[in-house]
Design a protein around this ligand. Structure first.
Ligand SMILES: Cc1cc2nc3c(=O)[nH]c(=O)nc-3n(C[C@H](O)[C@H](O)[C@H](O)COP(=O)(O)O)c2cc1C
Ligand code: SF4
Length: 428
């Protein structure tokens, strides 16, 4: 690796007074094995501790909700429940474990899943406007075989009362992240989830103060970020995860999303973390090749418009990642799947031995397991998800593992899934 590039990724970076030892950030992932009640388990703590020990510059905790509705409609098996004050002491144990390695840790809070949520008879999904999402078969990421694609149930338009209640709940949850020892909080407004549905005229056709102009479409995020900023210490990190580009022909493009981010920045942000695509263009969210955000120029649009640091995603090769930072496409590099594959990724980059990194092969087994409600595991790292385990697996895992293997085998078979596609009724 060229010296300059290694030095850039290995350089400390100061984020609102917190010093990151380097510019590699663990991206948010629902791979945490929470307890059934939504608190962090011993496995959750060991999982993050291993990444902190591996020298990453900062950790962003994903798979976490920040509002009660998010728990009720969550499409994955289990999530960390940051909105529940009863978990503060356990989250404190988790943040303490990470801080022992001088690594800042940020909580990503998701209010709800919007049109991607799991509705109930008395709880239809809510979104900025009444719509559903169709994921065409060809848009599923590598490894997913979904004949005919998938269409979500229709969501109803969120009421002003629901929007304002969400704003307040997220602000209160952010206060709990401070009490839990986190260094920062990240508001999640990406993919097709609730907050992101407000950002573009493609998904938001409201005529009240939350729809129409860019100011109105940014209003909910502005209210949340301003409300959080007023309640947390001045040196607490407040970040935003936002769609960089939805890649839809009728979308607003990177410039439209960057303009929204600019409005939110003024409410008190410390960073903006970019996410790619939306569920209609889901493949982009878990890219099979490095550098989409850089090669398209999308990251640069955010860098040019914003004053706060920009976190880019999707570059697994440390040399390319260093080059992207050196060329000014971003300030910090988020690594999600690479952190499952190798918890020591950052240390190996800092020690200039990239050849020793266990590379993510981008087969998305981790995501498939998450989608099928199984504990997340990694194809190339047998310790992933088992960091806290000593000795033999617990009995329930011994019983479930062969069933999971069979389900993954069948759902990964084009022949079997093709048959399912023929006999199953098509989605509307
Ligand atoms: C198993 C899994 C779970 C994920 N969960 C979240 C999440 O909870 N919040 C989020 O913002 N992104 C989530 N992501 C998306 C990642 O943060 C990241 O954007 C994506 O994996 C692409 O980056 P990568 O190439 O570095 O993996 C998840 C990804 C994976 C693989
Ligand atoms: S190698 Fe591991 S982290 Fe990468 S896609 Fe496969 S399972 Fe996920």
């Amino acid at each position: 690796m060229a010296d300059q590039e290694r030095n850039i990724l290995s350089t400390p970076f100061v984020l609102n007074g917190r010093t990151l030892a380097n510019r590699m950030v663990m991206g948010p992932m629902a791979a945490n094995s929470p307890r059934e009640d939504g608190g962090p388990s011993e496995q959750t703590i060991a999982f993050f501790e291993a990444r902190a020990k591996g020298g990453v510059g900062m950790i962003i905790v994903g798979g976490m909700v920040g509002a009660a509705r998010g728990v009720a409609e969550c499409p994955v098996a289990s999530v960390l429940q940051m909105q529940d004050p009863k978990h503060v002491a356990d989250f404190r144990r988790m943040t303490d474990a990470v801080h022992r390695y001088d690594v800042p840790i940020v909580a990503e809070i998701m209010p709800g899943f919007g049109v991607m949520g799991v509705p109930a008879a008395d709880r239809p999904n809510i979104s900025a406007s009444a719509r559903s999402v169709t994921i065409p078969e060809k848009e599923f990421p590598r490894g997913f075989i979904v004949p005919g694609g998938r269409t979500t149930p229709m969501a109803v338009e969120a009421t002003i009362e629901q929007i304002r209640a969400y704003e307040q709940e997220l602000i209160e949850t952010a206060v709990l992240t401070v009490e839990s020892g986190f260094d920062g909080v990240e508001v999640a407004a990406h993919m097709s989830y609730f907050l992101s549905s407000f950002l573009s005229a493609r998904t938001n056709w409201r005529t009240d103060e939350y729809g129409g102009s860019a100011e109105n479409r940014a209003r909910m995020l502005v209210n949340i970020v301003a409300g959080i900023r007023a309640r947390v210490p001045a040196d607490f990190i407040v970040g935003l995860r936002i769609t960089a580009n939805d890649y839809m022909p009728d979308g607003q493009g990177a410039r439209g999303f960057a303009e929204i981010a600019k409005l939110v920045e003024a409410a008190g942000l410390d960073y903006v973390a970019l996410s790619c695509g939306c569920y209609e263009a889901m493949k982009a969210s878990a890219p099979s090749v490095d550098g989409d955000l850089v090669d398209s120029g999308d990251a640069r649009i955010f860098k040019d418009l914003l004053s706060v640091p920009v976190l880019i995603q999707g570059i697994h090769d440390p040399e390319r990642a260093g080059k992207a930072v050196a060329e000014g496409h971003g300030d910090l590099v988020m690594l999600a799947r690479p952190m499952l594959a190798d918890p020591d990724y950052a240390r190996k980059v800092c020690e200039n031995r990239p050849e020793d990194i266990a590379k993510c092969v981008r087969d998305n087994l981790c995501m498939r397991r998450m989608v099928f409600g199984m504990p997340v595991r990694c194809e190339v790292n047998p310790d992933m998800g088992r960091e806290a385990r000593k000795g033999l697996p617990p009995v329930n895992r011994m019983l479930k593992a062969p069933i999971e293997k069979a389900v993954l085998g069948l759902t990964g078979s084009p022949w079997f899934m093709g048959l399912v596609g023929k006999v199953m009724p098509k989605s509307d």
